[in-house]
Design a protein around this ligand. Sequence first.
Ligand SMILES: [Zn+2]
Ligand SMILES: [Zn+2]
Length: 268
Amino acid sequence: MTLSITHLGSGSSGNATLLSTDETKILIDCGFSGRQIEKRLSLLEISPEDIDAILISHHHIDHSRGAMITQKRWGTKIQSNFETCARLGMDPVNECRIFEPLNRIEFGSDLSILPISVNHDGADNVGFIASHGGERAAIVTDLGSWNDELVRHMSECVHISLEANYDTKKLWNGPYPDNLKQRISGRGGHLSNRQTAELLANVTNKKTRSIVLCHLSEQNNAPHIAESEVLLEIDEVFDGDISISKKDGPEFSHYLGQSEPEKLVKIN
Ligand SMILES: [Zn+2]
Ligand SMILES: [Zn+2]
C-alpha cells in the first residue's frame, strides 16, 4: 500500500500534482490546459477519467487553468474553499464541492487531505497535508509567510513539497516594476529561497525523507541557487532526497507507506 506523489509540472506557467493510491487518484491544482493534463498523465499511463477529484489551492490561473475543462470533458469533481470557488465563477452546489480549512477530506479508506490556510496575494490560499497509512506529506505553494499551525503540521511530514519562488538579489535587480517586486516579497506574496530555507529548518527532522522545491520563478530564481540556499540551512538534520520540480513534468515520484509484501505461500 503506497501513496505516490508526482508533480506534473510546477511554476508560474502551471502547477499540478498527482496523488495516487490503490484506491484513489487526485490532483492538487490543475494549472495546465486540458490537453496538457491529458498528455502529462498519459506519460504515467493514467487517463484523466481515472482522476477522482481536483483540489484547487486558490484561484490564480497557474493553479486553476484546466480545472473546469477537465470537469466538463472527463467528469472530474472539483473541490475548493468557498472564496476560490466564487473567484473562479463556479457554482458551489453543482460545480464545486466546498471544503473548510482544517476539516479533513476523506478519499476512500486510504487517503485523507487536510487544507491549511496560508497568506497569499489577495487569494484565500491553502496548503495541503496528505495522510496515508500513518504517514504524511505536505504540498504547499504560494505563500508569503507562515504560521505555527502550518509548522506543526509540516513537522509531521515525511515528504515536503514546498515553493522556493525567488532569489532576493535576482528579484530586486531584475526587470519587474517596483510594485510587483514588493508584492512578491511581501507577507502575502511568495517565499524567497531564504524564507523557504528558514521554514524548512523549522520543520525538517529525522522523519523527513524527501523534499521537493517547487514553483521556482524562471525570471528570479535558478535551481542551483534554491537548492544550495536550502541545503546550507538544513544539511545537518536532513540526509534525504532533495529535488526540484520544473515546469515540464512528470520527472519523478515520491512515496509514502510501503509496498505490501509479496505473497509467498498460496492458500488453497
Ligand atoms: Zn502560483
Ligand atoms: Zn498564487
